[in-house]
Design a protein around this ligand. Structure first.
Ligand code: 5GP
Length: 203
């Protein structure tokens, strides 16, 4: 049965440097009823990142305590730091009728897919996922170097992880490439709007 006002829960995953944060930001700027799911992380803020906007930056102890309270829909250790999606954030937004966009890693997408199997109807019925590919490993490396946020060791780890992450692309409902940013924005918009239509949302 179709629900004319059912919100969508969109997971966007990609290797670091594929441009998913920029693409998510562009979609968020365009669609006011799309909410960003702010994750918790134990990593340090980078550059202009703000607590409560980009992430909830927490200590390892606080993260553990939230695990014990059952606050997370999923958690993952990515590149040596902990990340977790807050169940309450996602559920509250969907219950309010808003669409949700989650920027998480491949392990997180896997956990959410598994949780959906047995999860609440609201989450299960709203969910779809998108994997964003870089045009090539060379371009990915060049982007990580150009953004100058990581040491060369961290870049090496991220590139190594990217290979394994890209092997999981077949598990995603949608796969797209971010070569040209405007074209990729258009592609992601099209996926979002088509899922809203299929699932009965109101973009
Ligand atoms: P960054 O440290 O560059 O912000 O993020 C590193 C990776 O962690 C990215 O792939 C990002 O999508 C992922 N990530 C951010 N938040 C979460 C989360 O709540 N859960 C999971 N599983 N991954 C996350």
């Amino acid at each position: 049965m179709s629900h004319p006002e059912r919100p969508v829960l969109m997971i966007v995953a990609a290797p670091a440097g594929a441009g998913k944060t920029t693409l998510c930001d562009r979609l968020l700027a365009e669609f006011p009823r799309l909410r960003y799911s702010i994750s918790c992380t134990t990593r340090q803020p980078r550059g202009n990142e703000k607590d409560g906007v980009d992430y909830h930056f927490v200590t390892e102890e606080a993260f553990q305590s939230r695990i014990e309270h059952g606050d997370f829909l999923e958690t993952a250790n990515v590149h040596g730091n902990w990340y977790g999606t807050l169940h309450g954030t996602v559920r509250d937004a969907l219950q309010a009728g808003d669409d949700v966009i989650m920027d998480i890693d491949v392990q997180g997408a896997e956990s959410i897919r598994a949780a959906m199997e047995s999860g609440e109807d609201l989450l299960r019925d709203s969910f779809f996922d998108v994997f964003i590919l870089p045009p090539s490993m060379q371009v990915l490396e060049a982007r990580l170097i150009a953004r100058a946020e990581d040491t060369s060791d961290v870049i090496k780890t991220r590139l190594g992880n990217a290979v394994g992450e890209m092997e999981c692309q077949h598990k995603f409902a949608h796969v797209m490439t971010n070569d040209d940013l405007d074209q990729a924005t258009a592609d992601l918009r099209k996926i979002y709007l088509s899922e809203c239509k299929t699932q009965g949302g109101r973009a």
